[in-house]
Write a protein that binds this ligand. Structure first.
Ligand code: AMP
Length: 588
C-alpha cells in the first residue's frame, strides 16, 4: 500500500497532509502555498486552471471562475435557492435536478470540478513523495447529508483517488488533538469556515475519539458574514450615487472581495478603509466608493450570525447532556474562527481560554492525515465513534415517517424493520427512504426510493418484507428490502438515484486524465496568469495612461486569449513574452 493522504476539501481553501515517521506534514502546493484555493477557472476555450491562478481571475472574469463548490455538491436545485446569489457564476439544475454549474455553455457537476482540486493536491503529494498516490481520506462537515458525502466521495474517485474513508471535520480535528496529546479529555471543536458551521463535543483518550454530540448549519459561513458587509456597501453606494449595483456581477464581485478583505483586516485592526475607485461609470462619469467600517459596526452587522453559532453550541451541549464547565479544551477550526468577537463569545460561553496550539486552517487536514496513516497501517489505531446527524427512516401508511435509525446514533450501524402490503395480492412495494426529524413524511428530506417487485402473492398484511438500513464508517447509507417468503430482494446505495452513476464517474475520470498534457496546461496557466495580471492593472491604472497604450495592451490581451486555443507550446510561450513586454507600458 502506498502512502494514504488526508485532504480537507474546503469551501474556500483545501489542504492536503500526510504523516511521515509519525510527524504530520502539510503538502505544499505547486505554487508553494500551504493551502490551495478551492477555485476552478475557465478560459474561453474551455481550458481549466485550478487553485491560486484561478482565484486571481475571480475579479476579472467572475462568471467563469467557480468557487464555493462545497455549497452545492450533492444538493438538489431546490435546496440551494438562497445560495445562488452568493456566487459569481450560473448555478442550474442538471438533467437529474442536481445543482450544477454552467460556464461558457457547458454544464458541470460540482463533483467533477471538485475533482480538479483534489487532483491538484494528489499531484502535489506525488511530486513530494516521488511515487503515485492513489488513496485518501477526505473530510466533510459533520452536517453533510448522505448525498453530499456520496458526492464528495465521487469527486475523489473522479480525481483517481480511492477514498478509504470520509470523516467529519470536527472529528478530524479531534484526531489531530489525540495525535498530539495523550490522556483523557472532553473537547469542543468550534468549526466555522467559509461556507459552513459545525460544533462537536467529543470525549477523547489515547486510543478513542467518541463524538458525544454534533450540531451545525450547512449554509452559515464566512461568506454570509461578507454578505452583510456587501449589503451595507451596496446601500452606502446607492445613498451616495443613486445607483443600485445589485444586478452587476462584476461590481458585486469587487464588493464581495473588498468586504472579505475588510472583514479579515478587522480581525487585527479596529477600523478598515474600503476604497474602490472606478466601481462603475455612467453618462455622468466614473463613480468611486469610499467607506470606513469600524469593528464595532461590523460586529453589530453580523451579530445575528455570531449568535446563531453560539446557540448551536448550547444545543450541542444539551444533546451531549453536559454543561460548559464539563469541557476541558476548546479547539477553534476554520478561517472565520479568527474573528475576535467570536473568540470572545466562545471563551465566555465555555468559561475557559481557547486552545490555540492548532492552526485553524490546517488542523482538519492534519486529522485526516492521522486517519489516513491509521488506515495505511502506519500509526496506532484510534477508534472513531461518530454519530448520525439526522434520523433515518421510511415512509409508512398515512404519509408518516417511521424511524429506523434515530439521530445521534453511533456509526457504523444498522437497523431492520418489517413492512407488509396494504392490498390483496399486492406484488410491488415502494420503499421511500427519508431523512429528518418530522413525524410527517412530507416534511422530511427524501433520500431516494425504489420498488421491490415480484412479492409472493398473499392477503394484505401477510407478506413479510424486511427493510434493512446500513450506515458505514463514512456515514454513507445503503438500504435493502427482501421478501422473506420468495427471497426476492433489492438494494440501493441511497445517493445513486440523484448522484453520478459508476459509468458517469468513469467517463469523467477519463476526461480528467485525457486533458492531462501537463506541459501545455502549465503554459496555459502561465498565459492566464499574465492575462489576469494585465487585466487587473488595466482596471487600477488604465485611466492614468495614454489611450494608444491601453489599446496596445488590449490587442495583446486579445492575441493571448486566442493563443490559449493553441496546442503548440511555442505559440503559448510567444504570448507570454508579448504580455511581459506590454506590462512595461504601465506607469510605475
Ligand atoms: P475556511 O473555509 O476554513 O478556509 O475559512 C475561510 C473563511 O474564513 C473565509 O470566509 C474567510 O474570509 C474567513 N477568514 C479567513 N481569515 C480570517 C480572519 N483573519 N478573520 C476573519 N475571517 C477570516
Amino acid at each position: 500500500m502506498g502512502k494514504v493522504i488526508g485532504i480537507d476539501l474546503g469551501t474556500t481553501n483545501s489542504v492536503g497532509a500526510l504523516l511521515e515517521g509519525g510527524e504530520t506534514r502539510v503538502i505544499i502546493s505547486e505554487e508553494g502555498g500551504r493551502v490551495t484555493p478551492s477555485v476552478v477557472g475557465f478560459a474561453k476555450d474551455g481550458t481549466r486552471f485550478v487553485g491560486e491562478i484561478a482565484k486571481r481571475q475571480l475579479l476579472i472574469n467572475p462568471q467563469a471562475t467557480v468557487h464555493s463548490l462545497k455549497r452545492f455538491i450533492g444538493k438538489r436545485m431546490d435546496e440551494v435557492d438562497g445560495l445562488v446569489g452568493l456566487v459569481t457564476y450560473i448555478v442550474q439544475a442538471n438533467e437529474k435536478g442536481m445543482a450544477s454549474v454552467r460556464v461558457n455553455d457547458d454544464v458541470y457537476t460540482p463533483q467533477e470540478l471538485s475533482a480538479l482540486i483534489l487532483k491538484k493536491i494528489k499531484t502535489a503529494a506525488e511530486a513530494y513523495l516521488g511515487e503515485p498516490v492513489t488513496e485518501a481520506v477526505i473530510t466533510v462537515p459533520a452536517y453533510f447529508t448522505d448525498s453530499q458525502r456520496q458526492a464528495t466521495k465521487d469527486a475523489g474517485t473522479i480525481a483517481g483517488l480511492d477514498v478509504l474513508r470520509i470523516i467529519n471535520e470536527p472529528t478530524a480535528a479531534a484526531l489531530a488533538y489525540v495525535h498530539q496529546r495523550q490522556g483523557k479529555a472532553r473537547i469542543a471543536v468550534y468549526d466555522w469556515g467559509g461556507g459552513t458551521f459545525d460544533i462537536s463535543i467529543l470525549q477523547v483518550d489515547s486510543d478513542i475519539a467518541e463524538v458525544l454530540a454534533t450540531r451545525g448549519n450547512n449554509v452559515l459561513g464566512g461568506s454570509d458574514v461578507d454578505h452583510k458587509i456587501v449589503e451595507w456597501l451596496v446601500s452606502v453606494f446607492e445613498d451616495e450615487t443613486g445607483v443600485n449595483v445589485r444586478g452587476d456581477t462584476v461590481v458585486m464581485q469587487r464588493l464581495r472581495d473588498a468586504a472579505e478583505r475588510s472583514k479579515i483586516e478587522l480581525s487585527s485592526t479596529t477600523t478598515s478603509q474600503i476604497h474602490l475607485p472606478f466601481l462603475l461609470s455612467d453618462e455622468t462619469g466614473p463613480k468611486h466608493l469610499q467607506a470606513t467600517l469600524t469593528r464595532e459596526q461590523f460586529e453589530a452587522m453580523a451579530a445575528d450570525l455570531f449568535d446563531s453559532t453560539i446557540e448551536e453550541c448550547q444545543a450541542a451541549m444539551h444533546d451531549a447532556g453536559i454543561s460548559a464547565g464539563d469541557i476541558d479544551e476548546v479547539i477553534m477550526v476554520g478561517g472565520s474562527s479568527r474573528i475576535p468577537k467570536i473568540q470572545t463569545m466562545v471563551e465566555e460561553l465555555f468559561g475557559r481560554a481557547l486552545n490555540k496550539s492548532f492552526h485553524p486552517d490546517e488542523v482538519v487536514a492534519i486529522g485526516a492525515a492521522v486517519q489516513a496513516s491509521i488506515l495505511g497501517g502506519d500509526t496506532k489505531a484510534v477508534t472513531l465513534l461518530d454519530v448520525t446527524n439526522f434520523s433515518l427512516g421510511i415512509e409508512v401508511q398515512g404519509s408518516r415517517m417511521a424511524i429506523l435509525i434515530p439521530k445521534n446514533t453511533t456509526i457504523p450501524t444498522e437497523a431492520t424493520r418489517l413492512v407488509s402490503t396494504v392490498q390483496e395480492n399486492q406484488s410491488t412495494v415502494k420503499i421511500h427512504v427519508l431523512q429528518g426529524e418530522s413525524d410527517n413524511a412530507n416534511d422530511n428530506v427524501s433520500m431516494g426510493q425504489f420498488e421491490l417487485h415480484n412479492i409472493q402473492p398473499g392477503a394484505r398484511g401477510e407478506p413479510r418484507i424486511e427493510v434493512h438500513f446500513n450506515i458505514d464508517t463514512s456515514g454513507i447509507v445503503r438500504v435493502s428490502a427482501e421478501d422473506s417468503r420468495s427471497g426476492v430482494s433489492d438494494e440501493i446505495e441511497i445517493a445513486s438515484p440523484m448522484g453520478l452513476s459508476e459509468q458517469e464517474i468513469a467517463t469523467l475520470q477519463e476526461g480528467l486524465d485525457g486533458s492531462n498534457n501537463e506541459e501545455l496546461e502549465a503554459l496555459r496557466d502561465d498565459v492566464n496568469l499574465h492575462i489576469s495580471s494585465l487585466e487587473a492593472k488595466l482596471i487600477t491604472k488604465g485611466d492614468q495612461m495614454d489611450v494608444n497604450d491601453v489599446q496596445r495592451i488590449n490587442n495583446a490581451l486579445a492575441d493571448a486569449r486566442a493563443a490559449l486555443e493553441s496546442k503548440e507550446p511555442r505559440e503559448l510561450e510567444a504570448a507570454i513574452g508579448t504580455l511581459e513586454n506590454h506590462a512595461n507600458l504601465f506607469p510605475a
